[in-house]
Design a protein around this ligand. Structure first.
Ligand code: CNA
Length: 281
């Protein structure tokens, strides 16, 4: 695809053309794929941005490599770094959803959100008002936790206490006494079944939005490549990622995603509703 290649579906590869597609009713099954970049404006660092990213902060914990914090073998030997991170990311009153999260809730409210695949574990999509049945938490969440050995579930209230005190919980029901880990996906662990069960939604999309992800972690990173060729894919990200730019209807909105989303909301005539919903959250 070069600049001269005509788009197949959009009038042109621009945000106003994307807005026209939605306004005309031709995009009614929007599939969204998100990552840490939609939550950085809430104050949660992403992984890979230099200096401010979580990996940069974790350097202080003497990890062999940053990824070790999400490695099961390492966790069994030394669960502390993970619990330092967990304290930071644990859902609760600490972080407020961003404009981007609320935009996704608006899509759902208008019946346009077919599915939202998120890599995030901060639960801000839900807090922003996206209904749970639209969300696929591809890397799990802090909603439940269990012993890494005997898999016995661990109480949520107790878990919160441990995380807030910065302590490492151990299973207290049953006999095993093993380490407790939230049901978030570590490297090498399989993704939740829901991810594979809902993957067909990507093929049903008539518009795809990818927001705030480096598309480095597989299999999630492969989702945008499953999209049919004539389906517009819009990227809201600080940088170009994945295969964006190789399909005729790829639109790249480079910059902070809240800014990009506000521009789209302007084009759609939704801007006041967006800001009001966000303010009143
Ligand atoms: P990542 O690899 O850190 O990439 C983030 C991407 O977002 C990068 O391409 C950035 O350039 C971009 N970005 C950062 N800030 C903005 C912004 N304001 N506007 C637009 N783009 C921005 O994160 P991924 O999600 O791609 O990586 C997958 C990992 C990160 C998943 O397993 C997550 O669980 C994990 N993670 C989640 C959280 C969270 O739940 N909030 C935080 C940190 C990491």
């Amino acid at each position: 695809v070069t600049e001269d290649t005509p788009p197949l579906t959009l009038q042109e590869r621009t945000l106003p053309a994307v807005a026209d597609l939605i306004k005309s009713g031709r995009a009614r099954r929007i599939v969204v794929m998100t990552g840490a970049g939609i939550s950085t404006a809430a104050g949660i660092p992403d992984f890979r941005s230099p200096d401010t990213g979580l990996y940069a902060n974790l350097a202080a914990l003497n990890l062999p490599e940053p990824e070790a914090v999400f490695d099961l073998t390492f966790f069994r030997q030394n669960p502390r770094p993970f619990y330092v991170l967990a304290r930071e990311l644990y859902p609760g009153a600490r972080y407020r959803p961003t404009i981007s999260h609320v935009f996704l809730a608006l899509l759902a409210r208008k019946g346009l959100l077919h599915a939202l695949f998120t890599q995030n574990i901060d639960c801000l999509e839900r807090a922003g008002g996206v209904p749970g049945d639209r969300i696929v938490e591809a890397h799990g969440s802090f909603a439940s936790q269990r012993c890494v050995d005997c898999k016995v579930l661990f109480d949520e209230g107790k878990m919160r206490g441990f995380v807030e005190r910065g302590e490492v919980p151990r299973a207290d029901d049953g006999v095993c006494g093993g380490l407790v880990k939230p049901d978030i996906v570590f490297f090498g662990e399989p993704l939740p079944r829901a991810f594979f069960d809902r993957m067909s939604a990507v093929k049903e999309a008539d518009l795809v939005l990818v927001m705030g992800t480096s598309l480095q972690v597989h299999p999630f990173a492969g989702l945008p490549d499953m999209v049919n060729e004539d389906i517009p894919r819009v990227l809201f990200n600080l940088e170009r990622v994945g295969s964006f730019g190789t399909q005729a209807d790829d639109v790249m909105v480079l910059g902070d995603c809240d800014g990009g989303v506000r521009r789209l909301a302007d084009e759609l005539g939704w801007r006041d509703e967006l800001e009001k919903t966000w303010r009143e959250l």
